[in-house]
Write a protein of this length. Structure first.
Length: 316
């Protein structure tokens, strides 16, 4: 058990050191207001899609990929239950009326790419990538439809889902990179060696740049603003207790591989999505509350993830 805990701590420290680099550099004025947006676009639109193509083509067969999509139902069911539960929790602990939509959105959506992907890579290696992406498909769909709708209700007091915008966000470059990799594997297509090398080099930017982005985000939000308020406790319970416990209840009796179970449970326990403050600001909801919750859940995940890994390894 101690070795499992130390392995999990080691994996988290790999990530944490890169986050600290981003934090320190931002505190020293290396970045400006546009830097997080540029880094985010570089990761999500360039390096991560390349990473997806090379990883899928290198590490997976057509037979393995065919078994993945049916298991998409587990994160979908989990998020629907968490969505319903979020309103009961909000009422029970007396969440501000102006925060209920944002609270619910942060309660059932997790940071599956900027934190989830590097953490799973550090702990499980490349074999975890398709499972991370299956969870990502469900998570990003829910956030850009139901999650954004809830945030709109807080800020605008009325809301609608724009199908075209939602589809564009769901079929984002990382997902398209994943789909392209799957198609190439299914068709048994091999790309030229120089293209694979270029994709690999560009894809290698994904993890360090993601962590630097998180460090900048934490610096901009301000550690001094962290407060364990009633609104914060509700999100912490949702992200770090209810979400992984519910996912464990769903996947433990299933026949999926132990690694997929571990990845799903860990993905469910990731911090609040970094998009939450951006969307909140766009629709005039409380973006300050969202930014603080991104910071608090990201910082506390350093403690939660090693503990969760020990629990997972004990039962799987």
């Amino acid at each position: 058990m101690i070795s499992i805990f130390l392995s999990a701590v080691s994996g988290v420290l790999i990530i944490l050191i890169m986050v600290v680099v981003g934090f320190v550099l931002n505190e020293r004025g290396w970045f400006n207001e546009q830097s997080p947006r540029i880094i985010s676009r570089l990761v999500t639109q360039i390096s991560l899609p390349c990473y997806m193509v090379t990883t899928i083509m290198h590490d997976f067969s057509a037979g393995q990929l065919k078994t993945l999509l049916p298991d998409l139902r587990y994160p979908v069911i989990s998020m629907l239950i968490l969505f319903t539960l979020s309103f009961a929790v909000a009422r029970a602990i007396g969440i501000k009326r102006a925060h209920i939509g944002l609270f619910s959105s942060m309660f059932f959506n997790s940071n599956t790419v900027f934190i989830g992907l590097p953490i799973n890579l550090a702990l499980f290696g490349n074999s975890s990538i398709p499972y991370v992406l299956v969870y990502y498909m469900a998570n990003t769909t829910f956030f850009w439809t139901l999650g954004v709708w809830l945030i709109q209700k807080d800020g605008l007091h009325e809301a609608k889902i724009d199908p075209l915008t939602a589809i564009k966000k769901i079929f984002s470059p990382p997902l398209l990179g994943f789909i392209l990799g799957v198609i190439l594997v299914m068709l048994h297509v091999s790309l030229p060696k120089f293209i694979m090398s270029d994709l690999s080099y560009i894809g290698a930017l994904t993890i360090p740049m993601s962590m630097i982005f998180i460090g900048i985000a934490i610096s901009n939000a301000g550690l001094s603003r962290m407060r364990l308020s009633r609104d914060a406790w509700g999100i912490l319970l949702g992200r770090f207790l209810f979400a992984p416990a519910l996912m464990a209840l769903l996947v433990l009796p299933s026949s999926m591989s132990p690694l997929m179970k571990q990845v799903f449970i860990l993905q469910a326990a990731m911090p609040v999505m970094t998009n939450a403050p951006v969307v909140s600001k766009l629709y005039h909801a409380d973006d300050s509350y969202a930014a603080i919750m991104v910071t608090e859940t990201t910082v506390l995940s350093v403690i939660v993830i090693p503990i969760l890994m020990v629990i997972i390894k004990t039962f799987l």
